[in-house]
Design a protein around this ligand. Structure first.
Ligand code: SF4
Ligand code: SF4
Ligand code: SF4
Length: 584
């Protein structure tokens, strides 16, 4: 395919044949505004913010879907276009609950930004009927506020095309159109898996996670409570974005420092319990291989994936590892081993987690997650909620010194930190399982075949006379493709890693939101993942079974992986759910 020569705003530009005007303009560093466009996901030309003038065309055209052709002359910023875009914004605002002062998106709302750029005020330019919607607060993880929805359909396309789920869509027609579930059911009644990918792509304040920050502020202020916090690996790779750092900045030291200044009694690291997960999961894998157990073994760290499996592949729940996720393992150990060690009553121990994930809010409420007779984890916050707490507490994040996590539950290996990227759990598990199976030290710890942001990856390794075939999938549409192959007998893997979000936790539904124009042009997943691989490379401990805090935990408390006590605290069961047919 060759290149096509066009002019944009009088400048000569050469772009690949088949490009749209929007793509050609981006090659020339000209940004055309968009609200609905998401590359390869939502290319529907609906919001009409990207209108441009093409010489010879009878009307304005939408740049996101209009292909270029040889000799085309395009104008992206004429007075006529500015007027047209202003009118679009005024129309959107006329049926919009304009509450920027308190809106969760104020400051990084794509609609607000365009209104500012085009000088559109928060008044009703067009008088007439207004829609009024009740909030959908039914789901454990999120709220839908259709009063702030601009019908861009990014959420619908993401749920359907990226996650392969499709529990939301457009209801009614014309002026009455609104986004929701079939028959306007509550989201909680559907087979939504709480992944939050719809929240991540929404340009406005119409979708957001349930805010649990008040519960945490209250717990910290309660002298009766001993409040410990854990932070997941992927949080350190993205939290900085909330404070103006470039995508892909490592803020591990400032993360620990900010949590300490918020007043937590102890500041710990989920990397510790990621190592614990590997100890249990590698042992489970070896046991299943040796004793003819159910294979392939499939990882269970991602609660969005686990819920998806329960709904959509219930006959494969036996393949799921019985290991709890690192978040839950941390809570179970904090309220048993650690509480006993420091002489604090488990009822007084309050465990907070900071996660890149909205499905963790669902996971903490699962009834089986109470190893000690009390909830393993009391509150799961997203990375965004933590940023909000830091701001509200007046902590100057950028000026903080780098600090360390507290010991012993703050010690994690390099294997643990890569849990946050797709392929990371597999790589961490292989580092431990291979050494356990062969009894020999690995020459290279880098299993590069399972790294990278592709949706599905495969590899095979010769280990102690066994040919171990593994696969890694991230994003639930990819998971479905992979599991369908397994179900149909077209693949014979022994071990599979699945993460609910595309790219893994670094791109979780609770991570800082990047606007459409960034999502469309920057590989956010790879940049954030590179932070984790660098942290792995520079860690002096790179295997979970060599973490001294984990070794001590087994020597003094759990005895060995898979022990009776380990099972009581660290393993779980699953529920075969149904797919609500009305949502299909
Ligand atoms: S969604 Fe955006 S424009 Fe609407 S109230 Fe919130 S910040 Fe303001
Ligand atoms: S949380 Fe995930 S499954 Fe639920 S509606 Fe949003 S994208 Fe779909
Ligand atoms: S909820 Fe958000 S992403 Fe979905 S259609 Fe409305 S504005 Fe767009």
């Amino acid at each position: 395919m060759g290149n096509v020569n066009i002019k944009i705003n009088g400048m000569d530009i050469s772009a690949p044949e088949g490009s749209t005007i929007l793509e050609a303009a981006r090659l020339a560093n000209i940004e055309i505004p968009t609200l609905c466009f998401l590359k390869e996901i939502n290319e529907i030309g609906a919001c009409r913010m990207c209108v441009v003038e093409v010489k010879g065309a009878r009307s304005l055209v939408t740049a996101c879907v209009y292909p270029i052709n040889e000799g085309m002359e395009v104008y992206t910023n004429t007075p006529k276009l500015i007027e047209a875009r202003k009118k679009n914004l005024q129309l959107l605002l006329s049926n919009h609950e304009k509450k920027c002062l308190s809106c969760v998106r104020s400051g990084n709302c794509e609609l607000q930004r365009l209104c500012r750029e085009y000088g559109v005020e928060d008044e009703d330019y067009y008088q007439g009927e207004k829609q009024k919607f009740e909030l959908d607060t039914s789901a454990p993880h999120m709220i839908r506020d259709n009063n702030k929805c601009i019908l861009c359909r990014r959420c619908v396309a993401t749920c359907e095309k990226v996650q392969g789920i499709g529990v939301i869509g457009a209801n009614e027609r014309g002026f009455n159109t609104f986004i929701g579930s079939a028959f306007n059911m509550d989201l909680a009644e559907t087979s939504c898996v709480s992944c939050g990918q719809c929240i991540a792509v929404c340009p406005t304040g119409a979708l957001y996670e349930k805010d649990d920050t008040e519960k945490v502020f209250e717990a910290i202020a309660d002298p009766e409570k001993y409040v410990v916090v854990q932070a997941a690996p992927a949080v350190r790779a993205a939290l900085g974005e909330e404070f103006g750092y470039p995508i892909g900045t490592d803020v591990q030291g400032k993360l620990a420092a900010s949590l300490r200044r918020l007043g937590f009694d102890k500041v710990f690291d989920t990397n510790f319990s990621a190592d614990l997960t590997i100890m249990e999961e590698a042992n489970e894998f070896i046991e299943r291989v040796k004793n003819g157990g159910k294979l392939p073994l499939i990882t269970s760290c991602s609660p969005g994936w686990v819920k998806y499996c329960e709904h959509y592949f219930p006959d494969m729940t036996e393949n799921l590892s019985s290991c709890k996720s690192p978040q839950q393992m941390f809570g179970a150990i904090a309220k048993s081993y650690y509480a006993e060690k420091i002489g604090v009553d488990k009822e007084k121990m309050f465990v907070v987690s900071v996660m890149p994930c909205t499905a963790k809010k669902f996971e903490v409420g699962r009834p089986e997650m109470d190893a000690n007779g009390v909830a393993d984890v009391d509150v799961a916050l997203t990375t965004r909620e933590l940023a909000k707490m830091i701001e509200r507490a007046g902590i100057k994040f950028r000026d903080l010194p780098d600090e360390e996590f507290d010991m012993p539950l703050g010690l994690g290996s390099g294997a643990a930190v890569i849990f946050g990227a797709t392929g990371g759990v597999m790589e961490a598990a292989l580092r431990t399982a291979v050494e356990k199976l062969t009894g020999e030290e690995l020459k290279s710890l880098d299993f590069t075949d399972v790294r990278g942001t592709e949706g599905i990856k495969e590899a095979s390794y010769s280990v102690a006379g066994l040919n171990v075939k593994v696969a890694v999938a991230s994003g639930l549409k990819n998971a479905k493709e992979l599991l369908t192959k397994v179900k149909n007998g077209e693949a014979d893997y022994q071990f599979i890693e699945i993460m609910g979000c595309p790219g893994g936790c670094v791109n979780g539904g609770g991570q800082p939101r990047q606007p459409g124009y960034v999502r469309n042009t920057v590989d956010i997943r790879a940049k954030r993942a590179s932070v984790l691989y660098n942290l792995d490379k520079t860690n002096t401990i790179r295997k979970s079974h060599e973490n001294p805090a984990i070794i001590e935990l087994y020597e003094t408390y759990l005895k060995e992986p898979g022990s009776h006590r380990a099972h009581e605290l660290l393993h779980t069961t699953y529920t075969k759910r149904v797919v609500n047919k009305e949502t299909l």
